[in-house]
Design a protein around this ligand. Sequence first.
Ligand SMILES: Nc1ncnc2c1ncn2[C@@H]1O[C@H](COP(=O)(O)OP(=O)(O)OP(=O)(O)O)[C@@H](O)[C@H]1O
Ligand SMILES: [Mg+2]
Length: 250
Amino acid sequence: MLKTDKVTIKFGGLTAVNEVSVHIKPNQITGLIGPNGAGKTTFFNCISGVYTPNSGKVMFQGKEIQGSKPYQINKLGITRTYQNINLFRKMTVQENVLVGMHSRLKSNYLTDMFHIPSQQREEKEAYAKAYEWLKFVGLEPYAKDQTGSLSYGKQRLLEIVRGLASDPKLILLDEPAAGMNSQEKLELDELLQRILKLGVTILMVEHDMKLVMNVCHEIYVLAEGKLLAHGTPEEVQNNPDVITAYLGGE
Ligand SMILES: Nc1ncnc2c1ncn2[C@@H]1O[C@H](COP(=O)(O)OP(=O)(O)OP(=O)(O)O)[C@@H](O)[C@H]1O
Ligand SMILES: [Mg+2]
């Protein structure tokens, strides 16, 4: 589904991502783990078009996408969430989902301007669809609430569902469990399975090892910008290099 070939990005003297090659297979959950500052978020930024790598290729369904703009990459079928939640806090919960759906709606600024019937119909349908999406993550009781009033864990769910509403083939989740309580983490585990059933492939950065080891089919480990290990959860857990990277030497 997604392949990277020696993706490298530098910030001044720092090589934040250093020749990272991964192969994300369809219909499974792939984990991307590593200590703080390893380059995980920067790697996501290279895939989603926030950054253009200095060298290397990003291939999505056989097509090179490095250097494309984020909206173009989203149109091709990749969506993402952000480590530091990135929602419109003053909008309602439902409106945030509508924003996610926007790339799939037909209306353009002309029909917006005249508010023609076909657009009114589309708008009504879009609200209904957004409500259905909220049900998918159990947020429909909050549809009309201001987004900023939601708990941290619920905002994380909203970000995920806003991404799903753009009808992606691949979703990149940057620390979805951060700030969630233990009950919410259990529900997240189950939600990830339902996302897979929608036919959406998942690439997930996550520090919660219990969740990672539970849900991931395959894991890549980054440390100081470089790929350190790759394998099944069991292989990665027992890899001495990985243990050293996390525990620092001993
Ligand atoms: N725009 C930028 N300019 C300069 N340095 C950057 C920039 N973005 C990231 N970095 C640096 O690149 C390195 C990797 O950062 P990144 O945020 O990708 O790490 P991470 O693996 O996501 O860490 P964490 O687990 O803490 O989220 C860090 O040293 C960071 O300071
Ligand atoms: Mg990060």
